[in-house]
Design a protein around this ligand. Structure first.
Ligand SMILES: [Zn+2]
Length: 135
């Protein structure tokens, strides 16, 4: 299960960070989810809750806050940056990119110079934005 594995990775990383910081209890973990990340939010939050329950004292009563990370692209030719939403795609193309960010290059062009040579600056993956807790 993709969502479960992701949730496990997030919690493990959070626990490791909290230990490094010398926290004795985690209060809140803020997780950013990239717009291009293929993830079902319901099973993901369910998995997070279940995994938190399995952990001991460190994670007792810990809350997970989810934030969206918008996708941003940058043209390698003219350095223009643009957002995913602003790219003119039809619905099917948008879906294709959502499920496989790699195909973005097949559908999208730089809005300024029309080059297909661009990079994804952000909006992929799941990252821990911050952890708050007690020391
Ligand atoms: Zn360009």
């Amino acid at each position: 299960m993709h969502e479960w594995a992701l949730a496990e990775a997030v919690i493990e990383a959070a626990v490791e960070d909290a230990r490094k910081e010398g926290m004795t209890r985690i209060r809140e973990i803020t997780v950013r989810i990239g717009e291009l990340q293929q993830i079902e939010l319901d099973p993901f939050t369910f998995a997070l809750d279940e995994i938190i329950k399995l952990h001991g004292e460190l994670l007792q009563h810990a809350q997970v806050k989810l934030e969206d990370e918008p996708a941003i692209f940058k043209c390698r030719v003219c350095s223009t940056e643009w957002h995913y939403q602003k790219a003119s795609l039809n619905e099917a193309e948008g879906e294709a990119i959502h499920f496989a960010p790699e195909v973005a290059h097949a559908y999208m062009r730089c809005p300024r110079c029309k080059s297909p040579d661009f990079e994804v600056l952000q909006g992929r993956g799941v990252t821990i934005q911050r952890i708050t807790g007690l020391k």
